[in-house]
Design a protein around this ligand. Structure first.
Ligand code: PMV
Length: 317
């Protein structure tokens, strides 16, 4: 018997990755064309809580607080902290997880999987979590996986709204004046965010003033980008993206492949382009006018993109 079904979108960071870890503002939007989905079904008595991810051939089981099966963290930890928060015993339940969000490529796969599991499990147990409670739990999972996450991924994915995010401050959303047509291209190089964040930390520790100045510049770009989104100044928004990319190169989180994709997008007529997320691989984004989308997409494929998603960020309402 099906008890619940829940899902969560991916996300893209438009501005401010890495600098956001150091207190600067960043902008991110949900990417609803890719989703993580969980279906929760009643399990046979005594089977405990089984989380099954058939796409990666992984099944884990939580019985009496013990974890069996191989891959532990990403699937079991969200379920464990949910049961703890809800003060519920381990139920006899089977949760099946599927996802169309590429893993380790800057699209928020980890946070979306955790969100879908926590939502699905709490709904199946008839225990409601409000968005703030859900966000706290998903942030807890992010900390477990990434060390020192800023919290931007869980926030944009849980609230499913464009966010102007400052670490430790209440969620702030904003007005979008004109639809934003974005191409999200996967460089094909998997790259764990944690390593990039740790490397940036080492650079920062070696010359804090120098890197503080770069982060402050990125923060100013994010502020100006918000104003450009709110007024529909798309040409300026594109230029700000490209300027943000150059600063990400300065902090060593770009890669040859990403730089090639950014250059290709611009030559093909994008308004601007940059890497998105942890960098070193993963995804880049290009802002385009709808009439250039096909040409820019072709240029991205011709320059090494493995997949290109087109998405439009719509004004609310
Ligand atoms: O790689 P992603 O998409 O999970 O983004 C990470 C964003 C960083 O700013 C690099 C890290 C963080 O915790 O905000």
């Amino acid at each position: 018997m099906r008890l619940a079904s829940a899902s969560a979108p991916g996300k893209v960071i438009l501005f401010g990755e890495h600098a956001v870890v150091y207190g600067q503002p960043a902008i991110a939007v949900p990417l609803s064309s890719v989703q993580a989905t969980v279906i929760a079904e009643q399990g046979a008595p005594g089977t405990g809580l089984v989380v099954d991810a058939p796409q990666v051939a992984v099944t884990v089981c939580v019985t009496n607080g013990r974890v069996g099966g191989g891959y532990y963290n990403a699937l079991v930890y969200p379920a464990q902290i949910t049961l703890e928060a809800l003060q519920q015993p381990i139920p006899d339940m089977r949760m099946t997880l599927t996802s169309t969000i590429p893993i380790a490529s800057g699209l928020g796969s980890g946070a979306a999987i955790a969100t879908a599991i926590i939502r699905g499990l709490s709904q199946a147990l008839d225990a409601s979590l409000d968005l703030d409670e859900l966000n706290d739990l998903v942030y807890n999972v992010e900390m477990r996986h990434h060390g020192t996450p800023s919290g931007i991924d869980n926030t944009v994915i849980v609230y499913e709204q464009p966010v102007y995010f400052v670490r430790g401050e209440p969620i702030e959303t904003f007005h979008i004046a004109e639809p934003l047509t974005l191409l999200v291209a996967d460089s094909g190089q998997a790259s764990p965010t944690r390593t990039a964040v740790e490397d940036v930390r080492a650079l920062y520790d070696s010359a804090p003033e120098h890197y503080d100045a770069i982060f402050a510049e990125i923060g100013q770009i994010a502020q100006r980008a918000r104003a450009a989104i709110e007024s529909g100044a798309l040409a300026e928004l594109g230029e700000l993206m490209t300027a943000n990319h150059a600063l990400l190169q300065d902090i060593t989180v770009s890669s040859e492949g990403l730089d090639r994709l950014v250059a290709a997008a611009q030559s093909a007529g994008a308004l601007g382009a940059k890497l998105s997320g942890g960098g070193r691989g993963g995804n880049m984004i290009a802002l385009v006018t709808p009439d250039r989308a096909a040409a820019v997409s072709r240029a991205l494929y011709a320059n090494g993109a493995v997949t290109v998603l087109e998405t439009t960020v719509q004004p609310a309402g």
